[in-house]
Design a protein around this ligand. Structure first.
Ligand SMILES: Cc1cc2nc3c(=O)[nH]c(=O)nc-3n(C[C@H](O)[C@H](O)[C@H](O)COP(=O)(O)O)c2cc1C
Length: 191
């Protein structure tokens, strides 16, 4: 069975994006895949300082929770990320984790880290202005490509929701589960 690495970007206990993420993960766990969850707001991760250390070595000058996460990001067959929309983009702590993946971007320049590895994204915003998800989708495309994962953009859940709504009643929950079933089937097919 394969490793699924899941990054949660919301700080809220009643988070809609986290709820949809769990609905996505349920079929993968049920299929026997190992799901490892990381909540960006709870992580000890310092910002990238652009020192260039990772240009020649797959490591970082900071020794924090990214140290253990780096090899898992290379090993994971599926990386899933959920996030609220903040000022049309990603919340700071999640973006800090992504920026620290510069070490994988550099690694991918030196050796092949891609393969049958996928990236899935869930984004939830409250507003209804046009293109509100675009900046996050572009960042996630860049992120997944950099860590050697194929962005499953046609499956992404980009959801406009009232943050006070009961997450169980969000219509997209069923779509999250369907996407999870699709990913579980694809991963089992490749095992
Ligand atoms: C600091 C901050 C910035 C936000 N910026 C936006 C925004 O630019 N566009 C938008 O649609 N919603 C924005 N929101 C609303 C959240 O995206 C919305 O409440 C979302 O449902 C929260 O997701 P969650 O339930 O997973 O935490 C913002 C909320 C906060 C706290």
């Amino acid at each position: 069975m394969a490793l699924v690495l899941s990054l949660f970007g919301s700080p809220r206990d009643t988070s809609v994006s986290s709820h949809l993420h769990e609905r996505f993960l349920a079929p993968l766990a049920a299929a026997g895949h190992e799901v490892r969850r990381y909540a960006a707001y709870a992580m000890d991760v310092r910002p990238c300082i652009a020192c260039g250390h990772c240009r020649d070595s797959f490591s970082c000058v900071h020794d924090d929770e990214m140290t253990a996460l780096y090899p898992l990001l290379v090993q994971a067959r599926l990386v899933s990320v959920s996030s609220p929309v903040y000022f049309s983009g990603l919340p700071g702590p999640l973006k800090t984790v992504i920026d620290r993946c510069q070490a994988l971007w550099e690694l991918a320049r030196r050796e092949c880290i891609s393969g049958a590895r996928d990236g899935f994204f869930i984004s939830v915003g409250e507003g209804d202005y046009p293109r509100q998800f675009e900046p996050s989708v572009v960042t996630m495309r860049h992120f997944f490509n950099s860590i050697g994962c194929r962005p499953l953009e046609s499956d992404y859940l980009l959801v406009r929701a009232d943050p006070d709504a009961s997450p169980e009643h969000i219509a997209e929950a069923a779509r999250a589960e369907t996407a999870g079933i699709r990913s579980a089937t694809a991963m089992s097919g490749r095992a």
